[in-house]
Design a binder for this molecule. Structure first.
Ligand SMILES: [Zn+2]
Length: 356
């Protein structure tokens, strides 16, 4: 199997050119469009937009490292006044809940915690597992995207800050994860005989409307690291706890990433993070491959009383095909999403992954 000369992706999941793969190309493009020197300018615009308003920006928090570092920086270093939201899908680890509470109290910020219709959420999760597709965790991404935009609109906030960093996390190949509200609803419909009713879905219309209302998404970590290691030290001083491993703050997310994907689909998501580290020169390709020799770990007992039920769904339904379900035709909307990417309404990576 041909491997990218630069990172760990193989031709099974990405297109590989002469010198590197399409995701290395994307990394270079993102590096070129997020000049560290421009950060102060961006910060100035956020402050300006917040003048005479209650909030300067909106920050989503999971209790994990990226969003915790982002929130600390937002308040203590950049001096911004954020509104903070969390989507609680009831599978947080206790440490994540504790971290959120610690930070919100310490920073004295306004905080909204969203809970969804439990039955609909559980049925959706079950549907994704029954469909046997690798996208078992996309429900949370689609929902969070909608909650962020809705909350920003409701509170007249222009800037949504995002804790994602292509330098730390890279971008998940489409073969491994498709984040699409039409697809999500189609999978739900296939197993429940009806559309999602209460579930927050960020549609193309929502995106057009939010773009017209001037909502912009900013990823501060795309510009620079913002002394992440120092911030983590500060977080520990106020009682924030490290929980070990990327996206391990949520039990269901960890179950999908560290158990279902490797065991059922042969997908190791650490390849995405490690490839980003290789591109940034933080680790050698050889060292990254050594790390991958130890399989991803997940303790199924963390699933608690749903352990046997969820394992049965994973094991008894065969691997399915995405082509059985409806998807949004993002390619037909290419000019619109090109504009969205230019305006900062969607990430460049979204445009490249779904529209090209
Ligand atoms: Zn590559």
């Amino acid at each position: 199997m041909k491997e990218c000369p630069r990172c760990l992706f193989t031709e099974e999941v990405v297109l590989i050119g002469k010198e590197q793969c399409e995701y290395c190309d994307l990394h270079d493009q993102q590096t070129a469009t997020a000049d560290p020197k421009e950060w102060d300018l961006v910060l100035g615009k956020i402050r300006e937009a917040g003048e005479k308003k209650q909030y300067d920006c909106l920050v989503g928090i999971s209790g994990g490292e990226d969003s915790s570092v982002l929130l600390y920086l937002t308040v203590k270093v950049w001096g911004l006044r954020p509104l903070v939201i969390h989507f609680n899908n009831r599978t947080n680890r206790k440490v994540a809940d504790d971290n959120i509470r610690t930070l919100v109290d310490y920073l004295n910020v306004n905080f909204i915690e969203y809970f969804l219709d439990k039955k609909e959420y559980d049925d959706l999760t079950d549907s994704l597992l029954k469909a046997g597709v690798p996208d078992a965790d996309i429900g949370n991404d689609v929902c969070m995207a909608k909650l962020m935009v809705k909350t920003a609109l409701d509170n007249k906030i222009k800037y949504i800050l995002n804790g994602h960093s292509f330098r730390e996390e890279g971008s998940s190949p489409k073969a491994w994860s498709v984040i699409d509200y039409t697809y999500l609803n189609s999978v739900y419909r296939a197993f429940n005989g009806k559309d999602l009713v209460n579930y927050p879905l960020l549609t193309v219309w929502d995106q057009i409307y939010s773009a017209l209302r001037g909502i912009r998404k900013i990823s501060p970590f795309h510009y620079k690291d913002h002394s992440r290691a120092w911030v983590i030290e500060q977080l520990k001083l106020i009682g924030w706890q490290d929980y070990g491993g990327k996206h391990n703050e949520n039990i269901y997310t960890a179950f999908v990433g560290n158990y279902i994907l490797p065991k059922k689909f042969g997908i190791d998501k650490r390849i995405t993070y490690l490839s980003a580290a290789i591109r940034e020169g933080r680790i050698s390709k050889e060292s990254a491959k050594d790390i991958l020799k130890t399989p991803a770990y997940f303790d199924v007992n963390d699933l608690g009383e749903k352990r046997d039920y969820l394992l049965n769904l994973v094991n008894s339904y065969p691997v399915g095909s995405r082509s059985s379900y409806k998807m949004t035709n993002f390619k037909a909307l290419k000019p619109l999403f090109w504009l969205f990417a230019k305006l900062g309404v969607v990430p460049v990576s979204m445009y490249k992954k779904y529209c090209l």
